[in-house]
Structure formats: C-alpha cells, structure tokens
Ligand binder design. Structure first.
Ligand code: FE
Length: 196
C-alpha cells in the first residue's frame, strides 16, 4: 500500500530532522520520545468524562467550556498543550434540538489528551466517509436512535482543531455523586456515537 510507504518515508524524514536538531543542540537526546510518552500516558477518556461532569454540575463552567475550551479545561488541571504545540479544542454540547458527532474525514485527528488513543472504528474509512454523508444512519448502526426532529451536526477534526462532545446528562441521575456521574460517560459519548 502506498500509505505504508508514505508513513515509512515520513518516519525517515522525522528521524533525520530529529538528528539534526540534536546535533545542533536544539533538542536533547530522546526529548521527543519523552514528550510523546508523557502525552500518551496522560490521555484517557476519564479526562473527557471529568470535563463533561463538571459542565453538567456547573453552568458557568459549561458556558466557559463552549466559549473557550482550551482555557476552561485548565480549570480542572487539563490541557491540550501536551504535544509540541497546543491544539485548538472546541467542545460542543448535545441538547434536545441538536446532537453532535466528531470525525476526522482526512485521517484520524482526535483529542488524545482528553480521550486516550482513538478506537479503530474512528480511523476506519467506512466511518470517516459515511458519517458525513449519512450521520443518522451511522448513529443508528451504533445503536443510537435519535428523534427524527433532532438536528445532527458533524464536526470534522484536523491537525489544528480537535472536538469533544458533551453528552446530555441522563435523567434519573439527580442524586448521583460526581464520581458516579463520571462513570456514566463513555468514550463513544464523548465522540457522539452514543448517548452518554
Ligand atoms: Fe486527522
């Protein structure tokens, strides 16, 4: 496959640039590996779930999160600056009128810091191409049946911009503690392919 050749060529070029940066003292030995390890180690859907639950419990946080997600997630000790460059994050919230779902049509861009490594279906050609054309049909296949009058917004991630969904808080959870609520929020819920 040309894709494999492409990524091998890119990996070769990245190693070459890395070696040059190290030679010139701009980067110390292994710095990139350490930064990537730190980044991946911190990434988990629990982070996204914590953000969602805070938004459910605190209307001010909810509004700040939708207006400026990068700044607001720092309030709970999280950030999109784990890589070499901060990624722009936009958080979108489901409500009675609108359901949101995230895709990267070009490749597999994903907010790893908040959701951990992406599931294989997210990277699949079938999901990436079909969710844009027929979001309702794809969500139906995931077992999510939305009312016919619910609008579906599809958000296309890119190298610069990542998205996360705030699912609707399930009914009957009024007495739940914060940690019980966190336990309800799934990775699919944060992508928009499940209700929570
Ligand atoms: Fe991508």
């Amino acid at each position: 496959m040309s894709g494999d050749h492409g990524s091998a060529a890119i990996a070769g070029r990245v190693r070459h640039v890395e070696a040059l940066l190290e030679q010139r003292g701009l980067l110390d030995d292994g710095e990139i590996d350490r930064r990537i390890d730190e980044f991946l180690a911190g990434g988990s859907p629990i982070n996204g779930a914590r953000i969602v639950v805070r938004a459910w419990l605190d209307a001010g946080f909810h509004d700040r999160l939708l207006a400026d997600a990068n700044a607001t997630i720092r309030e709970v000790g999280l950030s999109m600056a784990g890589g070499l460059q901060e990624q722009r994050l936009k958080v979108v919230a489901n409500n009675e009128q609108e359901h949101n779902v995230v895709v990267c049509t070009l490749c597999s861009c994903y907010p790893i810091a908040l959701l951990g490594p992406s599931p294989s279906w997210y990277k699949s050609e079938a999901y990436r191409s079909r969710v844009v054309r027929d979001p309702r049909g794809v969500l139906h296949e995931f077992g999510l049946k939305l009312p016919a009058d619910t609008r579906i917004s599809v958000w296309d991630a890119s190298a610069e911009s990542r998205y996360m969904v705030v699912p609707r808080r399930p009914t009957g959870t009024d007495g739940f503690s914060e940690s019980e609520l966190v336990g309800l929020v799934t990775r699919k819920g944060l992508i928009g392919t499940a209700a929570v």
